[in-house]
Structure formats: structure tokens, C-alpha cells
Design a protein around this ligand. Structure first.
Ligand code: XUL
Ligand code: CO
Length: 461
């Protein structure tokens, strides 16, 4: 049987505009119309939504409002399928591979048509994804301004908003020893200047959030690294960010995205709890939330939903880079999240916190390097959006029937009264607890009933 992806237009067969005047009316995906909701679609129809119905109301909000999907520019419009062992495999007809401003603009036109046909209302980007680096910071910023002008125009035309932007402080060789934790103050200053511009762009485009992922903030060897000094510097940088944000009136949410390793051997922002501890140590916790990426969580050696649950438990979950890894691989594979159990677990937390806004579900995910067809870009996003729609429906039923939440709460019943209530209120002491045990003796053993909980969870999938 012919696979749906083999029915796509041939690579290179589209009439691609070569001058600026024809860009506004160019069509980059002529064979794709707006992706529709078709719940009865056959199994092999993967260019339709079978579960994601944007305007359907679930628990008082539309699916679109609960899920706040966002397309990321770096994977979907800059990714070419290269890996440490192989050359790029993916080439797009709208991208001639050059660093010209015209190519950058053409790519952006294609990106907005893609997002609009997919029906996604948010996007995200690094500064260097959308515009090429120039010969000086001024020249680079000038390039960026040209593309930000275009982004502003296209965002208005397609009614697409910016979930977040961020600065690429890791790709350029100047950042090989880190950016805000670099041992050289000049590099620190360069990174700070880049972020100043990034915040200006965020303000101008009305970004809902601004993200810091410390790609090179970490160490390769402790022999040459003063970790306390580097973290003190990073904290001082964040204080400058808060003051500049206030000065320019940028009201988006600031987010830190943890990752345990890769590219550095150890990254300072290891996981959600490490970041929360850092923020509290430097009195920054009121100004930041966490952008959790599950593939980063699993790199830290935790279960998929661990950081989402921990950040949410401390009211620090700001947004999610919804992707997944392969459990059998040790690195960041940035796959589209297709596992209904995982999406259900995420949506349980999002429902419990009554929504993730101003954050969202940003697809920090890339098609496999073997998935070279244009339709694969759509199919990947549609599949993940459907997986989240199912997760949302499952989690809503779970929340409504409250079987799991009641059972979980009952496990802690002993803290409702008597000595338990005193422990919870922090009004008892070691002496009183010792007296209590003298009077009551050995506690009764109770089953944790993990298999029961798993069985109940499976019922809703
Ligand atoms: C890298 C990663 C980044 C951040 C933004 O693993 O997740 O793309 O999301 O810098
Ligand atoms: Co990410």
C-alpha cells in the first residue's frame, strides 16, 4: 500500500518565488488545505485531526485554550536532519541553504502558511533561527529587525501569536566556554547584549513568555571551573534581566528550561528542582517559572512527567516543550509526543492547575531525519496534537470521576486529625511524637497498591 507521505508534492516541484514582490502571494503548500477535524477518518488518513477539535469545549475551555499548541521554528524550519554521523537529509523547496535575508524572509512566509494550515495559534523561535548573524552585533541586530518587521506583519495577517522567543547563546564559537557562566567577562557582556535585544523583540512582538535555556552553562571538567563564581554571575545576569524587563514594560513571563546534560557534560539547570533551588538561593523565584521539556527530564534520569509534576507542585510550571525521547537511547532525540499515556499524564497536571497560560505546549520536536517529505511536517504535528487531544479528554474524565484523586488523598487520611494534623501544621515536636509512639506502638502496614492505581489509570486511556 502506498503510504500517505508518498503522495506529497515532489521536493523542488513547487514554483518558488525568487523576488521580494512575489513573496506575499506565494503558496508554499499548494497541495495542503486547512487541516480539518474528521473523527470518522480511516486509520491511514493522517492528514486530518481525528481527536483535536479546536473549538470543542471541555471543562469550561476550548481544546485550543487548554492546549495552546506552538510550532517551533528551529526544528521545523531550520532542521535539516544532520546528526553527528550524517549529513543533512532534508531540503525544503523554499530554503536555498544560503544565509541571505531574502531566503530568511521566504522561509518565514512558508512557516506562517504552514502554521495557519495546521491551525496552530502560537510559534516560538531563537533570534538566530529567523535572521542570519552579521559581521558585528549591530549588523546582526539590523538583520533581526528586518525579520521581526516581517514577523509582526505575518502574525497580524494570520492571527498567530508568539508563545515565546529566546536567544541562541550556544551555537556560535564565542560561547564555547559558556555565555553567562563564561570565565571571560567580555563574552558575558556579549551574551547580555544579545539578550537585551531579545527582550526588545519580545516586547515588540507581544511574546507571552521569554525563555532561557542555558545550552552551554555548565562544565566539562571541575579542574578549570569555579562553579560558585559562575552561578553567582548567572544570578547577577538574571537580576539585570528583571530590571530591564521592568524598564521596557515587557509583561511576558520569564522561563528557565532545565536540561541535565548535552551539550555540556553537566548543565547547571539540571532539572526542575535544581532550578527552583537556584532561584530561591538568589531570591529570584518570584520572577521566573520553569519551561519543562520531558526529553530533558528523562535525560536527568527521571520518569517522563517527573519535572512537570514537581514544577507544578511548587506552582512553578510555566510552560511545556512537549516532546519525548526514546527510552532506549541516552540522548535528546526530540521526538513528537505520540504516546497517549504520556499526554494523559501531562494533561492531568494541566487540568489540575486550571490551565497552562500564559505558557503552552510548544512542539520542541523534529521529524526523524528519514522523514524527508513535506507532508511529514504536517503529519508529525497532527499526530502529536491528536495525542494531546486524547490526553485532554482522558484527563478530563479522570478528573470528573475523581477515582484516582480520591484514592490518592485517602492515602494521607492519617494527617487529617490527631497527631497527623499537628505534623502537617508544624505544631508538634520530637518529644511529643516519641510519647505518641510509646502509647500507640508499631504502625499498621498498608499496601501502596501501585497495581491498583495503574489499573485505574489504564481504564481511562
Ligand atoms: C535544546 C532545547 C532548546 C530550548 C530553547 O535541547 O530544548 O531548543 O528549548 O533554547
Ligand atoms: Co526545549
Amino acid at each position: 500500500m502506498e503510504s500517505p507521505s508518498s503522495k506529497r508534492p515532489k521536493r523542488g516541484s513547487i514554483a518558488i518565488p525568487t523576488d521580494e514582490n512575489s513573496l506575499a502571494s506565494a503558496v508554499f503548500f499548494p497541495d495542503v488545505s486547512k487541516i480539518s477535524y474528521k473523527p470518522q477518518a480511516a486509520a491511514a488518513e493522517t492528514m486530518v485531526f481525528k481527536h483535536y477539535n479546536a473549538d470543542e469545549v471541555i471543562n469550561g475551555k476550548t481544546m485550543a485554550e487548554w492546549l495552546r499548541f506552538s510550532v517551533c521554528y528551529w526544528h521545523t524550519f531550520r532542521g535539516q536532519g544532520a546528526d553527528p554521523f550524517g549529513l543533512p537529509t532534508i531540503s525544503r523547496p523554499w530554503d536555498d541553504g544560503s544565509d541571505s535575508l531574502f531566503n530568511a524572509k521566504r522561509r518565514m512566509h512558508a512557516a506562517f502558511e504552514f502554521m495557519s494550515k495546521l491551525g496552530v495559534k502560537y510559534w516560538s523561535f531563537h533570534d538566530r533561527d529567523i535572521a542570519p548573524e552579521g559581521s558585528s552585533l549591530e549588523a546582526t541586530n539590523k538583520n533581526l529587525d528586518e525579520l521581526v518587521d516581517l514577523a509582526e506583519e505575518l502574525m497580524a495577517r494570520y492571527n498567530i501569536k508568539l508563545l515565546w522567543n529566546t536567544c541562541n547563546l550556544f551555537a556560535h564559537p564565542r560561547y564555547m566556554n559558556g555565555a553567562l557562566t563564561n570565565p571571560d567577562a567580555h563574552v558575558f557582556a556579549y551574551a547580555a547584549a544579545q539578550v537585551k535585544k531579545g527582550l526588545d523583540v519580545a516586547k515588540r512582538l507581544g511574546a507571552k513568555n521569554f525563555v532561557f535555556w542555558g545550552g552551554r552553562e555548565g562544565y566539562s571538567t571541575l579542574l578549570n571551573t569555579d562553579i560558585r563564581k559562575e552561578l553567582d554571575h548567572m544570578a547577577n545576569f538574571f537580576k539585570m534581566v528583571i530590571s530591564y524587563k521592568t524598564q521596557i514594560g515587557f509583561d511576558g513571563q520569564l522561563l528557565i528550561e532545565p536540561k541535565a546534560k548535552e551539550p555540556t557534560r553537566h548543565q547547571y539547570d539540571y532539572d526542575a528542582m535544581t532550578v527552583i533551588a537556584f532561584l530561591k538561593t538568589y531570591n529570584l523565584e518570584k520572577h521566573f517559572k520553569i519551561n519543562v521539556e520531558p526529553n530533558h527530564t528523562t535525560l536527568a534520569g527521571h520518569p517522563f512527567e517527573h519535572d512537570i509534576a514537581f514544577a507544578a507542585a511548587y506552582n512553578m510550571l510555566g510552560s511545556i516543550d512537549s516532546n519525548t525521547g526514546s527510552a532506549d537511547m541516552g540522548w535528546d532525540t526530540d521526538q513528537f509526543p505520540m504516546d497517549i499515556r504520556a499526554t494523559t499524564a501531562v494533561m492531568q497536571t494541566v487540568l489540575d492547575m486550571k490551565g497552562i497560560a500564559p505558557g503552552g505546549l510548544n512542539f520542541d520536536a523534529k521529524v526523524r531525519r528519514e522523514s524527508i517529505a513535506i507532508n511529514d511536517m504536517f503529519i508529525a504535528h497532527i499526530g502529536a496534537m491528536d495525542a494531546f487531544a486524547r490526553g485532554l479528554r482522558n484527563a478530563a474524565r479522570m478528573q470528573h470521576e475523581a477515582v484516582l484523586s480520591k484514592a490518592k488523598a485517602e492515602r494521607y487520611n492519617s494527617f487529617k486529625s490527631g497527631i497527623g494534623a499537628k505534623i502537617e501544621a508544624g505544631t508538634t515536636s520530637l518529644e511529643e511524637l516519641a510519647d505518641y509512639v510509646t502509647k500507640t506502638g508499631e504502625p499498621e502496614q498498608r499496601s501502596a497498591a501501585q497495581e491498583h492505581y495503574e489499573g485505574v489509570f489504564n481504564y481511562y486511556i
